[in-house]
Design a protein around this ligand. Structure first.
Ligand SMILES: [Fe+2]
Length: 483
C-alpha cells in the first residue's frame, strides 16, 4: 500500500499485484447450464507507485481486465493489465512517470522519454466485444486496445481504420433493432463532437459532426430510434491541452463564467440535424444512462443523476467527482435514479426522482436499448448501516409497477456490489428472462466473488456464488460475450 490515507489505494480499491490463471473455481450453488460465455470486467489498477500517492484519483489507475469464463456449469478466471503505450514507457523506466488525467499531479509533469505519449491513457473504463474483437476502452484516447479474448494479451490498437478523429467514447451502445453500434468521438481542442455508427464488426457506416460551443467532460450518451442524446454538465475537460496535465492540473475544471445548468443535445441519427435544449434549474451531473425511447411526442430517458446541492455546490472535480475522498458512506448516496420526460419540439424538460435509494451503474436488458423498457438494474445504497462504505446492494426497478427489489446477498454485513450486467436467456421469452452477473467485494474475506442472480426473481437466493481468494478492485464496466 502506497498511501494509507488515500481510499483509492486501499481496501477494496487497492490495486491487485498479481495476474492469475485459475481453472475450475469454487462454486456455491449452481451455474445455469445455458450460461456459456465470458464476463469481462475492467477497472483501474495502478501498477507503479503514483508520483504523489496522496493525490491519486480512482480513474487514473492502469486498466486491468478480469475475465470469468462460464461453460457447462464450471467457471474459470484470469486477469491481465492492458499494456498501453504509457504503461510500456513506465515499465521501461521501472517506475511511474505520468501525472494523472482526472486527478491533479500537484506538480508539473516530469520529463518523459523522447517519443513517449504526452499523457498516459489507461484503458480502464470499459471492455466490449465488437464482432470477433475484444476491445478495452478509455474515453481520452484516439484508439481502443484489442485484446486476445482468451489470454487477455494486448494485441495492439483499434481505431476504425483511421476513419474517426477525437477522443473515442468508453460507452458505445448497440442498437439491436437497427443491428448497429453507436459511438461518438469528442475533440475539445478542435471543438467538435462526431457521432458515428458501425456495423456489428466495427466498419463505419455513418458519421455526423457537430461543432461544439464549449469543452465538456462527457462520459455517456443514450439513443432512441431517431436520436443520439447527450447531457452536458458543468465540468469542462481538456486532457490534450498544454495548459492542464503538463502543468500538474487535472484535465477537469469548472469555468465560473459558464452556466451550471445542463445542456442537452439531440443529434438526428439519419440527417445529423441538431437540437439544443437549455433547461433552467438543472444543476446536476448525469453519470450513466439506463435507456431512452420515444413515446408519442415525448422522449423518456432514465439515468443516474447527481444533483449539485449541499456540499456538492462548490466541488472540485479532481478531488470530488464522482465520489469525494471522505470517510463514510455519504459519497455513494449522492447519485439518484431519475426519469426525464422531454418534448424536444416544445423545448420542455421535466424530471422526477425514482425511488428513495441511491443508484449508479444503471443497466437495462440491452437487447431492447432504444425501445421501451420495463426494468432497470443498478448498484444502490439502500438501508445503509453506519459502516457502509460503498454501494450495499443491487436494485431492480420495475417502471410498470413502480416497485423496487433489492439484493443484499448477506443480512449479516454489507458486501459491495459492482455494476450488474444482464445476460438474456438464449431462448428469452420476456424482458427479465435471464441472469444478472455482478462482482461483489466481501470486506470480511478481503476477496471478491461473481454472483449470478435469476433476473426474474431478483431478490431471491443467488443461483451461484463463484468465489475468488483475492479481491478484484472496485472498478467500472463490463460486458458478457457469448461463446
Ligand atoms: Fe462509465
Amino acid at each position: 500500500m502506497w498511501n494509507d490515507r488515500n481510499p483509492f489505494l486501499q481496501g477494496p480499491y487497492e490495486p491487485l499485484y498479481n495476474e492469475y490463471v485459475i481453472d475450475d473455481l469454487h462454486v456455491e450453488g449452481r451455474i445455469p447450464l445455458e450460461l456459456n460465455g465470458v464476463l469481462y470486467r475492467t477497472g483501474g489498477n495502478q501498477h507503479f507507485q503514483p508520483l504523489d500517492p496522496s493525490l491519486f484519483h480512482w480513474f487514473d489507475g492502469d486498466g486491468m481486465v478480469h475475465a470469468f469464463k462460464l461453460k457447462d456449469g464450471k467457471a474459470s478466471y484470469r486477469n491481465r493489465l492492458v499494456e498501453t503505450d504509457g504503461l510500456k514507457v513506465e515499465r521501461a523506466a521501472g517506475r511511474a512517470l505520468y501525472n494523472g488525467i482526472y486527478g491533479h499531479g500537484g506538480a508539473p509533469q516530469p520529463s518523459i522519454p523522447e517519443g513517449a505519449p504526452k499523457i498516459k491513457v489507461v484503458a480502464g473504463v470499459n471492455v466490449i466485444g465488437l464482432g470477433k474483437r475484444l476491445l478495452a476502452l478509455h474515453e481520452v484516447g484516439h484508439h481502443y486496445w484489442e485484446l486476445n479474448p482468451i489470454t487477455l494479451e494486448t494485441l495492439g490498437s483499434f481505431n476504425f481504420d483511421g476513419q474517426t478523429e477525437g477522443m473515442l467514447t468508453a460507452h458505445p451502445h448497440f442498437d439491436a433493432t437497427a443491428n448497429e453500434w453507436l459511438f461518438y468521438a469528442l475533440d475539445n481542442e478542435k471543438k467538435f463532437l462526431e457521432c458515428f455508427t458501425t456495423d456489428v464488426n466495427g466498419t463505419v457506416k455513418t458519421k455526423h459532426r457537430v461543432v461544439m460551443p464549449f469543452t465538456p467532460w462527457n462520459h455517456d450518451f443514450t439513443f432512441t430510434a431517431q436520436h443520439y442524446i447527450f447531457f452536458f454538465g458543468l465540468i469542462n475537460w481538456r486532457p490534450w491541452s498544454e495548459d492542464r496535465i503538463p502543468k500538474g492540473k487535472s484535465s477537469w475544471f469548472i469555468d465560473p463564467q459558464e452556466s451550471r445548468n445542463a445542456k442537452i443535445l439531440f443529434v438526428d441519427r439519419h440527417s445529423g440535424e441538431t437540437t439544443w435544449l437549455h433547461p433552467e434549474d438543472s444543476e446536476y451531473m448525469l453519470g450513466h444512462f439506463l435507456n431512452a425511447y420515444q413515446e408519442g411526442e415525448d422522449v423518456i430517458i432514465d439515468a443516474s443523476v447527481t444533483p449539485l446541492c449541499g456540499e456538492l455546490q462548490d466541488f472540485k472535480p479532481e478531488n470530488y467527482y464522482p465520489f469525494p475522498l471522505v470517510e463514510g458512506p455519504s459519497a455513494f448516496e449522492e447519485p439518484q435514479l431519475w426519469r426525464f420526460v422531454i418534448n424536444r419540439q416544445k423545448g420542455v424538460v421535466e424530471h422526477q426522482r425514482i425511488g428513495d435509494f441511491s443508484a449508479e451503474f444503471v443497466r437495462p436488458n440491452e437487447a431492447i436499448q432504444g425501445q421501451k423498457h420495463r426494468y432497470g438494474y443498478m448498484a444502490a445504497v439502500h438501508v445503509p448501516s453506519p459502516t457502509t462504505k460503498g454501494f450495499n446492494c443491487l436494485a431492480k426497478y420495475d417502471y410498470r409497477t413502480a416497485r423496487a427489489q433489492f439484493q443484499h446477498v448477506s443480512s449479516q454485513y454489507d458486501l459491495i456490489p459492482g455494476e450488474p450486467v444482464f445476460v438474456p436467456h438464449p431462448e428469452a421469452k420476456y424482458e427479465d428472462h435471464g441472469w444478472i452477473l455482478s462482482l461483489w467485494y466481501d470486506p470480511v474475506r478481503n476477496a471478491s466473488e461473481l454472483i449470478i442472480l435469476d433476473a426474474s426473481t431478483f431478490d431471491g437466493e443467488p443461483l451461484a456464488r463463484i468465489k475468488l481468494d483475492h479481491h478484484v478492485p472496485l472498478g467500472f464496466h463490463g460486458n458478457w460475450v457469448t461463446i
